[in-house]
Design a protein around this ligand. Sequence first.
Ligand code: UDX
Length: 444
Amino acid sequence: MALRITVIGTGYLGATHAAAMAELGFEVLGLDVVPEKIALLSTGRVPMYEPGLEELLTRHVAGLEGSTGRLRFTTSWEEIAEFGDVHFVCVNTPQKHGEYACDMSYVDAAFSSLAPLLTRPALVVGKSTVPVGSAARLARLVAELAPGEVELAWNPEFLREGFAVEDTLHPDRIVVGVASERAEKLLREVYATPVGEGTPFVVTDYPTAELVKTSANSFLATKISFINAMAEVCEAAGGDVQKLAEAIGYDERIGAKFLRAGIGFGGGCLPKDIRAFMARAGELGVDQALTFLREVDSINMRRRGHMVELAREALGGAFLGKRVAVLGAAFKPDSDDVRDSPALNVAGQIHLQGGQVTVYDPKAMANARRLFPTLGYADSARDAVRGADVVLHLTEWREFRDLDPAELGRETAARIMLDGRNALDPVKWREAGWTYRAMGRPAA
Ligand code: UDX
C-alpha cells in the first residue's frame, strides 16, 4: 500500500510540502495548531503570497471541485498519529527575542505532542532548520515517548520564498540524515519521483544533514556580503560593482548568482540562521570557526544605514520636511513577507529622522502596514512618488523595472532615483532626465 504522509506545521514550508506530496501521488494529512489556518487551507487558500501554491492546493484539497481529494487538513494530533506512516515536522524556528539563538519551542512542542500517540510503526522526519545536535536529542525523545516502533530522520528543506512550489517539486538536491537503512528506504520511496528525474539524493548522518542547511545559508549570506563589501570599496575607488560581479561571475568556481550588491539580505531565514549558527558554534566551543559570520552580518546591516545616508545626501543633508517615496516593502520580490525587510528598515529609519515617507509594494502592503503603521502608504508606484523629493527603489519587483521613467518623472518634485537593488536600467532613467544613483557604482 502507498505510504501515507502527514505534515505538521502549515507555514510556507509545511503548506508547500503537503501540496507537493499530494502532487507526487500520496495521501496527505496536514496539521496546524491554528484552526483559522486549517479552515483557510481546507478551501485551497493560503494566508501569504506564494506563486503557484493555491493552484497546487486547489488541485488536491479534498472536497474542492475537480480535486484529487488526496490532501486534507486537521487540528487533531490523534488523527495525524493514526493516519501517517511518515510524519514531516515543518514548524518554524524563529530567532529568540534579544538573542542570537533560535527558538526551538515549536519543534519541541510538535515532537512532544506527536510522539506519545505513535502506537504504530512510523518515521518522523524533521524539516525545520535547527541547531546541529537537535536531531540526536529529538531521536532520544521519540524513543522515550513513543509506544510504537518509531524512528527519526532529518531532511532539511532549501526552498526559497517566491519559488517554494518549484523548489519543492524540483529541488537541487535531497539531503537525508538517517540512523538506519529502513529510514533511508522509506525516504527513497517518498522522493522516488524527483530522484527518478535525476535529483541527487545525499544520504548522511543527523549532524551532517542539519549542518548542510545552516552552512548552505551561511555560504549564500557570505556571498551577498562579499559583493556588498566590494560595493563599499568600489564606491570609495570609483569602480562599478555590477561590472565587477559580472566579470568575477564568469568564473565557474565563483558563479554569477547571488552577487547582486544593494541593501543586503533580509527575510525569515538568512539573518536568523547565521546568528543561530554562531550561537550554536559558541556552545560547541568552536565559535572562532564562525567569527567571519559576525562580519557577514555587520556588512549586511551596514548596507541599510548606507542607503539612508545616500538618501540624506541626495536631499542636501537633512530629511526634515522632505518627501521620500519608497518602492518596495517585501524583503525580496515575489513575496509578501516583510520579516527583517531591508526595505522597511530603511523606510523606518528615514521616518524616524523626520522624512515624510510613502511606501508602495505590489503584494506586501497589508503586512507592511501591520509592522510599520506610522509610515505613509500609497496604492501604486505613481501615487507613492507624487510630489517626492527623492525616490528609493528597495525591492526589485518586475513592476518597478517596467516603470516608465518619463511618466513617473512628471509626478515627482525632483527626479532623483536611488536604486538600492542595482536592478533598474541606469541609461533608461538618466535619458528621462533623472539623477540615477545605485549602490557601489559611479554617480554618473
Ligand atoms: C533563503 C535560501 O535561499 C533558501 O535556500 C533557504 O531555504 C531559506 O533562505 P529566502 O529567504 O526565501 O531563501 O530568500 P533568498 O532568495 O535566498 O534571498 C534572501 C535575501 O538576500 C533577500 O533579501 C534578497 O533580496 C537578498 N539577496 C539575494 C541579495 O541582496 N543579493 C543577491 O544577490 C541575492
